[in-house]
Design a protein around this ligand. Structure first.
Ligand code: COA
Length: 321
C-alpha cells in the first residue's frame, strides 16, 4: 500500500495549563515538567464525527480521490458519538462514500496503527483498492474533570489517511497486546441495568489510569516494537528520518529515543499543543510533519502507537506520495 493523502482536524477551543490551574489544583509547571503538554484542544461544538469528517475531507482532497472511490473506511476510536451506528458509518454517510464498507476498531492509543494494519491486510486480499483510515477522539468526555491526574493529559482531535493498494510503502508492521495489563488504563462502558438487575442511580464511568504502570509499559514495549519493525523491514535505524510516536508524554518519547540511541531531533512532537489525542495523535503528527515539508519521497519513517488494552503497534514506511 501507499499513502495518498493525509488530513487532520482540531477543535477551535484551546485550553492552556494556566487555564486549567484556574479551575483545579494544578499548575503549568507540574503539567509541563511531567508531560511536556502546554495546551490541548477541547471539543465544544465539535464531535468525534464532525472532526473525522473534516480530517477525512482534507485527506481526500490531498489525495485527489473522490469519496465514491473509497471502498473501505476504518475508524479507530474509543470515543465515538454513538455506540452504533459506528463512527465509520457516520463518516461514510457525511462524505457520500457510498461504495465503501465501513466499520470501527478499538485499540486505545494504538488505534491508528491497528486500523492501518487492518486496512493493509484488507487491501492485500485484492477485494479493496482505496481505504480511508481514521483515528479520532473526544477524550474530554471520557475523563473525570475532577481527577487532575488524568484530565490534564488528554485532548480532542482527528487525523485521517487515504491509502491505496498500489505501492510498496509499508515495509513492516508489528502489533501486540497484553490484556493482562489492561486495567492500568481503563474506562467502563454502561453497567448492566435492566428489569432483572437494577443498579439504582446510573453513573457514568470515567478513565482510570495507573500512570506509573502505563509509563513503565510504554518505555519497555515501544523500543522493542520499533526495533522489531526495523528488523522485519531490514532497515538500519540510521536510515530512519523520523520516528512518529504516539504523543502521550515527552518523557516517554525521550526515554524511547535514549533506548534506541537516536537523537531527539528525529522525534518530532506536537503534544505541547495537542496533549494526548489517543488514536488521533499519530495521523495528526504525520499531517504536521508533512505540512512543514519535512518528508520527501523515499524517506523512511517509523510510526508507533501504544496504550489501552494494553496494545502496541509499530511500522516502517517508505514515503511514496
Ligand atoms: N497537578 C498537580 N499535581 C498533580 C496532578 C496535577 N495535574 N496530578 C497528580 N498530581 C499529584 C499527585 O496527586 C501526587 O501527589 P502526592 O504525591 O501528594 O500524592 C503527585 O502529583 C505526584 O504524582 P505521581 O503520580 O508520582 O507523578 P508522576 O511523576 O508519576 O507523573 C504522570 C504522573 C501521569 C504524568 C506519569 O505517571 C505518566 O506520564 N504516566 C504515563 C501516562 C500516559 O502516558 N498515559 C497514556 C498512555 S496512552
Amino acid at each position: 500500500m501507499k499513502f495518498l493523502g493525509i488530513g487532520s482536524a482540531l477543535p477551535k477551543k484551546v485550553v492552556s495549563n494556566d487555564d486549567l490551574a484556574q479551575v483545579m489544583d494544578t499548575s503549568d509547571e507540574w503539567i509541563r515538567s511531567r508531560t511536556g503538554i502546554g495546551t490541548r484542544h477541547i471539543a465544544v461544538e465539535e464531535t468525534t464525527t464532525s472532526m473525522s469528517v473534516e480530517a477525512a475531507g482534507k485527506a481526500l482532497k490531498d489525495a485527489g480521490v473522490s469519496a465514491e472511490e473509497l471502498d473501505l473506511i476504518i475508524a479507530a476510536t474509543v470515543s465515538p458519538d454513538y455506540i452504533f451506528p459506528t463512527l465509520a458509518c457516520e463518516v461514510q454517510s457525511a462524505l457520500g462514500a457510498v461504495n465503501a464498507t465501513a466499520f470501527d476498531l478499538g485499540a486505545g492509543c494504538s488505534g491508528f496503527l491497528f486500523a492501518l494494519a487492518t486496512a493493509d491486510a484488507y487491501l492485500r486480499t485484492g477485494r479493496f483498492k482505496k481505504a480511508l483510515v481514521i483515528g479520532a477522539e473526544t477524550l474530554s468526555k471520557m475523563v473525570d474533570w475532577e481527577d487532575r491526574s488524568t484530565c490534564v493529559l488528554f485532548g480532542d482531535g482527528a487525523g485521517a489517511a487515504v491509502i491505496s493498494a498500489e505501492g510498496n510503502g509499508l515495509l513492516s508492521m508489528v502489533q501486540g497486546s497484553d490484556g493482562a495489563g489492561g486495567m492500568a488504563l481503563s474506562c467502563k462502558n454502561r453497567p448492566v441495568n435492566n428489569i432483572y438487575h437494577k443498579l439504582g442511580p446510573q453513573q457514568y464511568s470515567f478513565t482510570q489510569m495507573n500512570g506509573r504502570e502505563v509509563y513503565k509499559f510504554a518505555v519497555q514495549t515501544v523500543p522493542k516494537a520499533v526495533s522489531e519493525a526495523l528488523e522485519k523491514a531490514q532497515v538500519p535505524i540510521e536510515e530512519v528520518k523520523y520516528f512518529l510516536l504516539h504523543q502521550a508524554n515527552i518523557r516517554i518519547i525521550e526515554s524511547v529515543a535514549k533506548r534506541l540511541h537516536q537523537p531527539m531531533e528525529k522525534f518530532p512532537t506536537n503534544l505541547e499543543k495537542c496533549g494526548n489525542v489517543s488514536a488521533a495523535s499519530v495521523p495528526i503528527l504525520l499531517d504536521d510533519v508533512l505540512k512543514q515539508g519535512l518528508l520527501q519521497k523515499g524517506d523512511k519513517v517509523v510510526l508507533a502507537g501504544f496504550g489501552a488494552g494494553l496494545t502496541w503497534g509499530s511500522c516502517v514506511i517508505e514515503w511514496q506520495a
